[in-house]
Design a protein around this ligand. Structure first.
Ligand code: URA
Length: 285
């Protein structure tokens, strides 16, 4: 069993494809259409037009829990005839992103827990998914788990986390209550280094899915890594992103300093407070 199949099986999504109009001997053991209760018709290959014979149709299940966990099929997508259907969806990046973009909370958590898609997983104890109210109005996004978070499996539980809790308190908020906290990467980078571009690109679809599922009223990006990853700005300074309201998929996004930076540069706390007030203003609108 390859890795993609293992992931799909783990998520209860396998088999996730149908192949229509196959020769009779190829039909045995092939998943049938689940929608409309229709049996796949088996037509000898020589009776089919060449273009048809070369096309498989892959049915993608509707997965998110908000849409229900009904394995009904949302769309038919043609793929190359030679490709392994599951692998064709999940092995390339676009397919993986499409898969993640359809997951509900339980499946997303499982996929993150078992993720080995980048080199960070080999060096960390566990993945750190995120924590809080799944219908939160406020989403705070950090960079990636530190050593304490790696040990505990929860974001922002070390010194920087204590400062984040104080920042929340200043806004009359508290962790878990109308607040969700997540990171750009879910695995602790070695020696607390900044996650690399390929690691961010691989992990970002998980955060993007979390945001789609939460639909917060406001997002606060804590530090440059979170801000540039979410806004896809490339390598710009944090200073150039602070002080204005950005748009993330229709959600106002405010950029502020990372709490770990504020621990080293406490003079900047006043500026961070300005950012949080701007976020509160956007939340209240
Ligand atoms: N720094 C982060 O960016 N995230 C954490 O979870 C902890 C520290």
């Amino acid at each position: 069993m390859d890795r993609n199949e293992a992931v799909l099986r783990e998520l209860n999504l396998y088999p996730q494809w149908v192949r229509r109009e196959l020769p009779a001997d190829e039909c045995r053991g092939t998943a049938r259409r689940a929608d409309a209760g229709a049996e796949a018709s088996c037509v000898p290959a020589e009776n089919r037009a060449a273009s048809e014979a070369d096309t498989q149709y892959v049915a993608q299940p509707v997965l998110s829990s908000d849409e229900g966990r009904n394995p009904s099929f949302a769309s038919d997508m043609p793929v190359e005839a030679e490709a392994e259907p599951a692998a064709a969806i999940a092995s390339d990046e676009a397919g993986r992103e499409q898969l993640i973009a359809r997951l509900g909370w339980p499946e997303l958590k499982t996929m993150v827990r078992d993720c080995t898609a980048c080199k960070l997983r080999a060096g960390c104890t566990q993945t750190v998914f995120g924590v809080g109210d799944q219908q939160a109005g406020w989403l705070f996004v950090g960079e990636g788990p530190g050593a304490d978070e790696d040990e505990r499996g929860e974001p922002f539980v070390g010194q920087a986390g204590k400062l984040l809790d104080s920042m929340l308190l200043a806004l009359k908020l508290k962790r878990g209550d109308n607040v969700y906290i997540a990171n750009v990467v879910k695995c602790h980078p070695p020696a607390n280094r900044t996650p690399e571009a390929d690691e961010i690109a691989t992990c970002l679809p998980y955060l993007q899915r979390q945001i789609k599922l939460i639909r917060p009223r406001v997002i606060v990006a804590l530090g440059k890594t979170a801000a540039t990853a979410l806004l896809k700005t490339g390598d710009v300074t944090l200073g150039s992103l602070r002080g204005e309201v950005h748009d993330y998929d229709g959600i106002p996004l405010i950029v502020t300093y990372h709490p770990a930076y504020l621990l080293r540069s406490p003079m900047e706390k006043a500026h961070a407070w300005q950012d949080l007030c701007l976020a509160r203003q956007k939340y209240s609108l």
